[in-house]
Write a protein that binds this ligand. Sequence first.
Ligand SMILES: [Zn+2]
Length: 368
Amino acid sequence: MRRAFLHLGAGCLTLATIVGTIPSARAWYDHTSVMDRVQKRLEAEFPEPGPGNTWNGRLPLEANAPINRYYDVASLLLLQPRAAENLPSKDARTLHDLLRLGAEDPDHGIDIDLPDSADPSDDRRYMGGTKGPSSAGFRHMFWSGWDWRKPFRTFQIPARALGQAPDRIELLANEARDRFRKGDVIWGGRILGWTIHYLQDLTQPFHAVEFPTFEMVPLRALLAWPPTEALDRLIRESTRVVTNYHWAYEGYVRHALLAGDASPFKECFEKSGGTLFVNSPRDLALEIANRSIERAHETGEALVAFVGHHLKEPAVSVPLNPKQIPVEELLKSPEKTAERDRLNKITCESLRLTTDATIWITRWVFAK
Ligand SMILES: [Zn+2]
């Protein structure tokens, strides 16, 4: 198996055109459903967000009204100007809502169809292409590079580090902090929400490695005829299969999060997983990405055991047919108890990290 992969690099030039056809995947699918639980602990542990601010006090409406200020922010932070009217946070009226809705903003167009100058390392070529919804992916992921000490867990094409998530987290966290210090609560809060989005993305293992498990690689694609096409076919099929599992995972987790008190993840947000010993937003991002590599293999294996091997079948495309994943049955079926418990356990660790990272960055932004 290893030999087959060592040869994969030669096919990477075609990867962009292949992955470019796949709709963008969204970590945790819906960040507001994650934030609804995260913010309970955040606001209990950190009740005063800076002098004179409260989480639920109404912000002056006129301060938020000129969404036109988005155009200035977009040119400063290299964002897609067209996204101005699509931001869920444009309706926020409290600091609580700015974080909750701001954490959803980055999946609504701010990173798509950017000029080449926003991607000097040409990462989009390997992470979703340069056009359309999937062109945002390079800012929402970070694959830290192939590491010979963990050759399978870190296997990726190409072998260098890919993705801007840590860079964006560093940039946005500093911008949010500066704005709060200058008294700009509206944009400080919104940009903190954005920062939280990218951190939460990195806690989802599919955003920290290209292949969570080799189980997701359909090696039979190598048997394609003529042999010159076998490699392209393997890459195309791997991407399709990984995307199917990525979407299946997020669909299931979202459904389980929305189950209220019956959610198997209810307690994952209530207690810290331990102190995060880091000094800066960038170090936080890298630490989280590293921890996600450690959870990726178990997440991938548990997921395949839970939802089944059929997502590898040639006719299956979960992004095009999300109903192919019976989320209600997965959440409740008694026959699936052992597999479900296994996946829930490792997912709970990711959600605990999501909460801890959100609290860490919020404290950092408000620190003196
Ligand atoms: Zn994202």
